[in-house]
Design a protein around this ligand. Sequence first.
Ligand SMILES: [Zn+2]
Length: 329
Amino acid sequence: MTDVAYELARCAVCGSAEAGELLSPDDAKAEIEMVWAHHSRRLREGVPTEHLMDRVAFSQRAPLRLVRCRECGLVYRNPVERPAELAAIYEEERPADDVLRALHATQRPAYRAQAARLTDVFGRRGTGIEVGSYVGGFLAAARDAGWQFAGVDVNTETNAFTRSLGFQVDDGTIESLDPARRVDVVAIWNCLDQLADPASAVRAARSHLATGGMLAVRVPNGACYAAFHSLLHGPLAAIAREWLAQNNLLGFPYRFGFTPASLARLLERNGMHVERVVGDVLVPIADRWTKRWAALEERLIKRVIGLGAAISPADKPLAPWIELYGRVG
Ligand SMILES: [Zn+2]
């Protein structure tokens, strides 16, 4: 384990230092224990540690403390890991090939919804860059839907795996790509919330788009986390715990909790206008290591939460995950 250094942060969207504490270090510990209890009840005996990866989110450490920006509503860690240490956390991961194949097989069908929505909102198919392409689940779903997407990711090990599936993937970040490259769409699914500097990533994404181009972003909803976190110790505790745990929001294992308003603000500042906001649930995570009742429970609960997300008002407090589609010009 890398020794992680911390520093005090300001809001990454609006720059304000005015923030209220949302999750204290003690609350964070209690929520992480709830996450462990939730998953250990639902997994079969003898589950390999690697398979816990995307559930208990080993790759993202528990927040020391979360705050919420009083100006724009962004939820963020404060203090925060320094960027150099964060890069080391992600680059040192080396899952085995059968784990990557299993992840790809689980994620590919789940990404069909994003590929279909993208075609619908953008109005046609075209070229794209996916930031954080990981095991190629979206690249494959997009190709199936008629798009030509290439990936970029900091993890050279998973990139080698994804290239072996026939995709173009650059090692690095959106900031390190050839500045002259232009595409129709830049997609950042489940990744902007984990970056050290999301504002810089959005700026770089914009620089690869011409007028009419689109940035598509999917993030965990900080507004939903804040709303249900506040219910964890009252009469609605069991519902709040399921709402968060089934969507990997319990313990908030992300660096940033964008809200529809704070993310829109970031896109607008970079010359884009938001054409659509979608509320959604986490992709299905049940696999052969999940007990049967738990897989059924997950399907049922996500259907209920999905309905809640769909009828949620514009600021989507009921939607655990949100997607924003921003157009240039
Ligand atoms: Zn702010």
